[in-house]
Design a protein around this ligand. Sequence first.
Ligand code: IMP
Ligand code: MG
Length: 190
Amino acid sequence: MAFNRTGLTNDIDRVLFTEEQIAEKVRELGERITRDYAGKNPLLICILRGAVPFFADLCKCIGDYMEMDFMAISNYGDGMVNTGRNHISKDVSTDIEGRHVIIVEDIVDSGRTLDHLTRLLNTRNPASLKIACLLDKYKARAENISLTPEYYCFPVDNEFVVGYGLDYAGAYRNLPFIGVLKEEVYKDEQ
Ligand code: IMP
Ligand code: MG
């Protein structure tokens, strides 16, 4: 039977970044990180769950020694409303003191999640701490937060996007592209 994901893609208003465009940007980013961290054996921390596809692809594009670890932090509830609360439900298992750490996240929106996370991780004295994110919603930063990811693949406007790890109410993470949801899918919530 032919592969079919019509039901899922019917909810998408338009595609922002195709699978091919994402793959190309991720490869470029992997090459950049490989150069920037030569001989440093960086520790890449995947922020669960949204960063999983990006993290897996990015790591495969890094052509030098590196290590992986995982953290879970949430502040978005189930839908689109940012509650502003940060809750770490899974911490890293690695001692990051003296390590070159790269936080890998799906999207920086208000910046609250990563602001909280970088403050916390900095108290553990890493040799360096940088952020690699797939998407930068740079116009959405909270007033008191001036956080700029050192590495990102695409800037995006203030629209709610899904796919390639990004979810709405837990769904759409498995889409291979990034797209904007049809309004009718979430209008009951607003
Ligand atoms: P921030 O703390 O406001 O920067 O929010 C970051 C988190 O909000 C991300 O890790 C995502 O889980 C979620 N988020 C922000 N914008 C979107 C979006 O457009 N689609 C899906 N999730 C989003
Ligand atoms: Mg997230």
